[in-house]
Design a protein around this ligand. Structure first.
Ligand SMILES: *Cc1c(COP(=O)(O)O)cnc(C)c1O
Length: 414
């Protein structure tokens, strides 16, 4: 993982030792590399530089203000999934005209907030949502800029929980019905049709499903134009995968080639919504070994991070590489389960993993944890949520402090 490397026998983030950070903020803690974030963002920006575009970072991957502000300063927009993410995007300094509002369950209040903020567009997912948005916009005496999210019915060949472009998914409007919905939308006084949106899934390791989906969507755009419905934006969503283990993933350049070849002839502004591929390999979860535990059947490494901090292994059976912060060669390799303190058998960070023997008190780094890590953290078992640290060279800032016990009960009363 670039920017997370051993120096003088210790794992560093950029020029800052992870041990230094653990000493300062304790464990567990999320650590992000500013350089990695910026590089990942710029790789997309450069890959599509030849065409008018907006890169709307998908905030659900990591909504920390420090992270989002770093990307906003690079020119990124934001794709938000809730009123809460809209609030965060604005606080982080994302320009409202670079914000897209997605998701299948927007409420009336969320629509009002977004209309008042004057965002770039809503990605609408159903006829019912279109009707409500039309009413809310009229109440406010405005028109809501809209792209319909169409479901192109392709198999993105990823984990079923993160495949969204299949006909059976709850997302989007089936492409066969899209023309009819667009015709309706074009008649609504509170709606201004501006684009078409698709997003077929996450952790994509192949570009072919994107190309298939795009071919269908390009067809739709041409049909819409032939019927006098103008399309200025084509939003192809996010979803490019990252390497967690040994996956071969397309680069932004390879991805952009496929996307641009489909989009260029249309003369539309291209929107990309990458999340995981911007932040995933820009962050780690730092944790400390509490105990080495052996039963007749298994060896366990009990650490102070748990499923409430990083749920991906429990939820998706996801693989995260685990490295010791202290680089010691020649340690014997043991097959272990790395588990947390939470009262659930599903509370693990790794199963049957060959790891060099670790000592109690030693620091470990759970790699590739920058995306869908902290954002999915909870207070289960009354565990305060971990701090988040943003490293910039040899300096770092605590961009979110560790929660206290008082934070746990704030808002409750006896
Ligand atoms: C989740 C999501 C994204 C980002 O997906 P990544 O896999 O993190 O790149 C983009 N667009 C939409 C509509 C999403 O739901």
């Amino acid at each position: 993982m670039p920017h997370f490397e051993y120096r003088n026998g210790e794992l560093h983030c950029e020029s800052t030792s992870l041990r230094t950070i653990a000493d300062a903020v304790g464990t567990p803690a999320y650590v992000y590399s500013r350089a990695a974030l910026v590089e990942n963002y710029r790789a997309y920006d450069a890959a599509v530089a030849s065409h008018p575009h907006l890169i709307a970072y998908a905030m659900k991957a990591n909504a920390n203000l420090g992270v989002v502000a770093t990307l906003a300063r690079e020119g990124a927009g934001a794709e938000v999934f809730s009123g809460g993410e809209l609030f965060r995007a604005l606080k982080a300094g994302v320009h409202p005209k670079k914000i897209l509002f997605a998701g299948p369950g927007k409420t009336r209040e969320e629509m009002r907030d977004a209309l008042k903020a004057d965002i770039l567009m809503f990605n609408v997912e159903s006829a019912g949502e279109l009707a409500l948005l039309d009413r809310v916009a009229q109440e406010l005496g405005t028109r809501a800029p809209v792209a319909l999210r169409v479901n192109p019915d392709v198999d993105p060949e990823t984990h079923p929980y993160i495949a969204t472009g299949l006909r059976s998914a709850k997302f989007g409007i089936p492409i066969a019905q899209a023309l009819g919905e667009y015709r309706k939308a074009a008649q609504l006084p509170g709606i201004e049709v501006v684009g078409v949106h698709m997003h077929i899934g996450s952790q994509l390791t192949k570009v072919a499903p994107v190309a298939d989906a795009l071919a269908r969507v390009v067809n739709l755009v041409e049909t819409l134009r032939a019927q006098g419905i103008s399309v200025r934006y084509l939003d192809v969503g996010g979803g490019l995968g990252i390497r967690y283990r040994d996956e071969d993933v397309p680069t932004p350049v390879q991805y952009a080639e496929v996307v641009l070849s489909a989009v260029r002839p249309l003369g539309v502004t291209l929107i990309l919504e990458p999340g995981r591929s911007v932040v995933g390999n820009a962050g780690i979860l730092l944790t400390r070994v509490l105990y080495n535990k052996e039963t007749p059947d298994k060896r366990f490494v009990v650490v102070d991070a748990a499923m409430n901090d990083l749920i991906r292994p429990s939820l998706y059976n996801a693989y995260h590489e685990i490295r010791s912060v202290r680089e010691v060669r020649g340690r014997p390799s043991l097959t272990v389960d790395v588990v947390g303190p939470v009262c659930e058998s599903g509370d693990f960070l790794a199963k049957d993993r060959a790891l060099p023997a670790v000592d109690e008190g030693e620091l470990l780094a759970v790699m590739s944890a920058g995306a869908y890590g902290f954002v999915m953290a909870s207070n289960y078992n009354a565990r305060p949520r971990a701090p988040e640290v943003l490293v910039d060279g040899s300096r770092y800032s605590i961009v979110r402090r560790r929660e206290s016990y008082e934070d746990l009960i704030a808002g409750e009363s006896l």
